[in-house]
Design a protein around this ligand. Structure first.
Ligand SMILES: Cc1ncc(COP(=O)(O)O)c(C=O)c1O
Length: 389
């Protein structure tokens, strides 16, 4: 179905940070399947792990144990603040799990009959019905009413507003460490510390959506590490499988309240997806990719800030963390920039009408960052300057 306004390109193969279309044209990929292909394309470790697993065991369901799922849960728990993991297949599904768990917590631990979850304006949590209701952007709600009850929205990075909107029914607060789709807006550490303190005082769950920020993208393994706090639950997907679909809901032990019968997923954490995810986890470590995201991210920011100076009438600011950066335009022209970049062999994606997003694979090199900046410079030079400035 026509759910996406697609670009007129048919992509056929990829290697590292490049993809090729069916006419043999090469593109530098700064989209990475929307912050997903952390290892780039056709990384030998992922190719090897997935090929081996296809020949061994693809799927058995969660009626049985598999060692790969245990290994992945162990890696995630030893590398994060969580200890219990529920595996699923996407970011939206991970957030659905978090929402259900928050409701169970609200009802059984806090004794709230109809638990409510606070989320932020301009947030993005996915497209299934509860996840889209959690998403604080009315444009995604249009056509889908009645939405799921039990959600309310607060301005992001505004602690007083959040405190003012708490009610006796609030069971959880769900936030992104950096708002991605909403325009690459980094969360402020002081705000998150205040929210954490409030949650501790009131017994409210703090849930972080790390679907886009997780797995090293921001220059730390988890977005929350920039904020000086730990969440009670967090969700991941996207880069976890390096392009093979897998998501996870990660919980501190005392909040892992699901019991047999509460929640499930046929495909969730099957051997194929777990083999892919383990290859991603081990390669992040073996190749120092989290550090690479930090260093290459700093290089990207420096280059983008140079462009901001040069094209001041067009570019308002640069914001983000690590390899999750946004170039904020003064006018809603991100789609124009993305289109011109594509024509010049650079894949970019917008984050709302004014923001051009940069989320390249974490294996990106210094030369590829310079290459992307050079294309972007040409693209910006071709954009007519707004008359009002
Ligand atoms: C922060 C965040 N949460 C959830 C999602 C939804 O993930 P998925 O498309 O895998 O359902 C996204 C996707 O862009 C996201 O950026």
């Amino acid at each position: 179905m026509s759910t996406y306004g697609r670009f007129p390109v048919v992509l056929e193969r990829g290697e590292g940070c490049y993809v090729w279309d069916n006419e043999g044209r090469r593109y530098l990929d700064f989209v990475a399947g929307i912050a997903t292909c952390a290892l780039g394309h056709a990384h030998p470790a992922l190719v090897e792990a997935v090929s081996r697993q296809v020949r061994t065991l693809v799927h058995v369901s969660n009626l049985y144990y598999t060692s790969l799922q245990g290994d992945l849960a162990l890696w995630l728990s030893t590398h994060s603040c969580a200890e219990q993991i529920f595996f699923c297949n996407s970011g939206a599904e991970a957030n659905e799990g978090a929402i259900k768990l928050a409701r169970k917590y609200g009802r059984t631990v806090l004794g709230i009959e109809a638990p409510e979850i606070l989320t932020a304006h301009r947030s993005f949590h996915g497209r299934t019905l509860a996840a889209v209701t959690a998403t604080g952007q009315p444009k995604y709600h249009k056509h889908f009413h009645p939405l799921v009850p039990g959600f309310d929205y607060v301005p992001y990075n505004d602690f007083e507003a959040l405190r003012g909107q708490l009610t006796g029914h609030t069971a959880a607060i769900l936030l992104e460490p950096i708002q991605g789709e909403g325009g690459v807006v980094p969360g402020e550490a002081e705000y998150f510390r205040q929210v954490r303190r409030l949650c501790d005082e009131r017994g409210i769950l703090l849930i972080l959506d790390e679907v886009q920020t997780g797995m090293g993208r921001t220059g730390k393994l988890w977005g929350y590490e920039h904020l000086g706090i730990e969440p009670d639950l967090f969700t991941i997907a996207k880069a976890l499988g390096g392009g093979v679909p897998i998501g996870a809901l990660c919980a501190k032990p005392r909040y892992a309240l699901f019991e047999p019968g509460d929640h499930a997923s046929t495909f969730g954490g099957n051997p194929l997806a777990c083999a892919a995810a383990l290859a991603v986890c081990h390669t992040l470590e073996a190749e120092g990719l989290v550090e690479n995201a930090r260093v290459r991210g700093a290089q990207l920011v420096e280059g983008l800030e140079r462009l901001q100076e040069r094209f001041a009438p067009l570019v308002a600011s640069v914001r983000g963390r690590g390899l999750m950066q946004g170039l904020v335009l003064r006018e809603p022209r991100a789609a124009e920039v993305v289109k011109l970049a594509l024509e010049s062999g650079l894949l970019l994606v917008g984050a709302g009408p004014e923001v051009v997003r940069f989320v390249p694979p974490l294996v990106v090199t210094a030369a590829q960052i310079e290459e992307a900046l050079a294309v972007l410079e040409q693209v910006l030079a071709r954009l007519p300057v707004p008359l009002a400035v």
